[in-house]
Design a binder for this molecule. Structure first.
Ligand code: 5GP
Ligand code: SF4
Ligand code: MG
Length: 449
C-alpha cells in the first residue's frame, strides 16, 4: 500500500490526490482521501485507480488544509469498499483518520480481544485495529496512540490525522518506509519521497524505526515510542516496490538497483550480445549489468502502459492474462541475438517463463536469465503478497530445474551477500532467508510448513 498526508497546505485534498497518483504503483485495488476542515471530516473512497475514484466534484467536497490518503494493495482482509482507507474513527473525544501500510501480524489476537470488549469492526482489514486500540486507551491523544502502538506487532507505517494534528509513525523494525517533506510552510508525509517532487515539495528526512512524529501548527516534534528498535526495512522496497526516483534512507532507488546489476554481472557473467531489462522495475539493474559486463544495453521489451502491475491482481489466471497484456518483444532487436535478460525477482515463475517465451518467439538465439535478488523461499507476513510457501516456485525447484521450467539457457540469482553489498546490511530479508525480524505468531503452519 501507499500512504500520503498533507498538513497546513491549502486545498489539501488536491495535493493528496497528486501524491496518491504518484504512489499508484504501490496498490491498485482501492484508494481514498479523508480531510479535516476544522472539526468537519469528509471522506471519498472507492475500489479502483486514483483517476477512476476521484473527480473534480468529489475532491471539492474534501475541504480544508489537512488531509490523508491511501492506495490499497490487499494482502490480508480481502477487498470491498469497507476495507479501503483512510479509516474514520468517530468518538465523543474527537474524530480521527488512519492510513496504514503494512500488516499487523498479531491482528487476529488483538481483534478477538477488542471484540470481546465490545469494539465493532466495520471491515475485515487488520488496519482498523489500530483505530480501535487508540479508541480504547485513556489520556491525551498522543499517549493513547503510543499505548496502542506498543501492542502492535508487525509492519506498519501509519499516518493519523485529527482535527489539528498529523502523526507519522513507523514500526520498531522500520519494515515499511515513510518520509517527511515540506511544501509552502506546510508538511507532507509519504511512503515514497518521489511523491514530494510531483507536488513541488521538498524531501526533509526518512522517519526512524519506532518513531512517532507529531505535526501541530508550524511545530514538529518527534520521539521514540519504544526503545527496542532496529533497522529492518523491507529489501523488496529496493528490489521491486519503490519508484526509481524515490530516495530511501537517503539512497536513490535507481542507483541502488544499478549497483545490484553490477554485482550480478560480477557474480554470474555470461557471454552475450545484448542485455535487456524487464520494464519498469528491472531496467536499472539491467543497466548495471551492462555497464559491468561491457555488453550492450538494449530495449528489447516494451511495456504496454495503462495495464496494472501483474502481481497485484489476485488470481493466477488474471495474473497470467496481466503479463500477456503488459509486454511486447522488439523482434528487430532480439532476432539472432544471445540475450541476457535481467529481472528483479522470481516469485511464482509466471513472468520469467512468459518473457523467455516472448524472446524465443522473437527469434533469440540464446536466453540467459539473471535475477537481481536471491530465490524467494519464505512467505512474507509484512504486507507483501509473495504468498504461501507452497506457491513460491524456488521452494519446489532448484536453480537448474527452474531454468528448465522457464525455458532459459541459463539462470542465476544474485546471492544474499550480493544483495547486502548492493542494498546494505540493515534490511529484512526474511522471504529470502526465512529469518523473520518479528515473532510470527504461528503463521508458519499450513501451506507455509
Ligand atoms: P512471478 O511472475 O515470478 O510470480 O513474479 C515476479 C515478477 O513479478 C517480477 O517481474 C516482479 O517485477 C513482479 N512483481 C510484482 N509484484 C511483486 C511483489 O510484490 N514482489 C515481488 N518480488 N515481485 C513482484
Ligand atoms: Fe520485504 Fe521479504 Fe521482509 Fe516481506 S519478508 S518485508 S517482502 S523483505
Ligand atoms: Mg517485473
Amino acid at each position: 500500500c501507499g500512504v500520503f498526508g498533507v498538513f497546513n497546505i491549502k486545498e489539501a485534498s488536491k495535493i493528496v490526490y497528486y501524491g496518491l497518483h504518484s504512489l499508484q504503483h504501490r496498490g491498485q485495488e482501492g484508494c481514498g482521501i479523508g480531510t479535516f476542515n476544522k472539526d468537519v471530516v469528509e471522506r471519498v473512497r472507492g475500489e479502483g485507480l486514483v483517476t477512476e475514484i476521484f473527480t473534480k466534484k468529489n475532491l471539492e467536497k474534501l475541504k480544508g488544509n489537512m488531509g490523508i490518503g491511501h492506495v490499497r494493495y490487499s494482502t490480508s482482509g480481502g477487498g470491498g469498499i469497507e476495507n479501503t482507507q483512510p479509516f474514520l474513527i468517530k468518538s465523543h473525544r474527537g474524530n480521527f483518520l488512519v492510513s496504514h501500510n503494512g500488516n499487523i501480524i498479531n491482528g487476529d489476537i488483538l481483534k478477538r480481544e477488542l471484540e470481546l470488549e465490545g469494539s465493532i469492526f466495520n471491515s475485515t482489514s487488520d488496519s482498523e485495529i489500530i483505530g480501535h486500540l487508540i479508541q480504547r486507551e485513556e489520556g491525551i491523544f498522543i499517549e493513547r496512540v503510543k499505548k496502542a502502538l506498543n501492542k502492535l506487532e508487525g509492519a506498519f507505517s501509519i499516518i493519523i490525522l485529527t482535527e489539528d494534528t498529523m502523526y507519522g509513525i513507523r514500526d520498531k523494525n522500520g519494515l515499511r518506509p515513510l518520509s517527511l517533506g515540506k511544501l509552502n510552510g506546510g508538511f507532507l508525509l509519504s511512503s515514497e519521497s518521489s511523491a514530494f517532487d510531483i507536488v513541488g515539495g521538498k524531501y526533509l528526512r526518512f522517519l526512524e524505526p519506532g518513531e512517532i512524529l507529531q505535526i501541530k501548527k508550524e511545530e514538529i516534534s518527534s520521539e521514540k515510542y519504544r526503545k527496542d528498535t532496529q533497522n529492518k526495512m523491507c529489501a523488496m522496497e529496493y528490489i521491486y516496490f519503490s519508484r526509481p526516483d524515490s530516495n530511501i534512507n537517503n539512497l536513490n532507488v535507481h542507483s541502488i538497483r544499478r549497483k545490484s546489476g553490477e554485482i550480478l554481472a560480477q557474480e554470474s557473467f555470461v557471454e552475450g550480445d545484448i542485455v535487456i531489462g524487464v520494464p519498469d522495475s528491472s531496467l536499472s539493474s539491467a543497466m548495471g549489468y551492462s555497464d559491468k559486463s561491457g555488453i550492450t544495453y538494449e530495449m528489447g521489451l516494451i511495456k504496454n502502459r495503462y495495464v496494472g502491475r501483474t502481481f497485484i491482481k489476485p488470481t493466477q489466471e488474471e495474473r497470467e492474462r496481466g503479463v500477456r497484456m503488459k509486454l511486447s518483444g522488439l523482434e528487430s532487436i532480439i532476432r539472432d541475438k544471445k540475450v541476457i535478460l535481467v529481472d528483479d525477482s522470481i516469485v511464482r515463475g509466471t513472468t520469467s517463463k512468459y518473457i523467455v517465451s516472448i524472446l524465443r518467439e522473437c527469434g533469440a538465439k540464446e536466453v540467459h536469465v539473471r535475477i537481481g535478488s536471491a530465490p524467494i523461499t519464505s512467505p512474507c507476513f509484512y504486507g507483501v503478497d509473495t504468498s504461501t510457501r507452497k506457491e513460491l516456485i524456488s521452494n519446489r525447484l532448484n536453480e537448474e530445474e527452474l531454468c528448465e521450467y522457464i525455458g532459459a539457457d541459463s539462470l542465476k540469482f544474485l546471492s544474499i551477500e550480493g544483495m547486502e553489498k548492493a542494498f546494505g546490511k540493515n534490511l529484512c530479508l526474511a522471504c529470502f532467508t526465512g529469518e523473520y525480524p518479528t515473532e510470527v505468531y504461528g503463521l508458519l503452519g499450513g501451506d507455509n510448513e
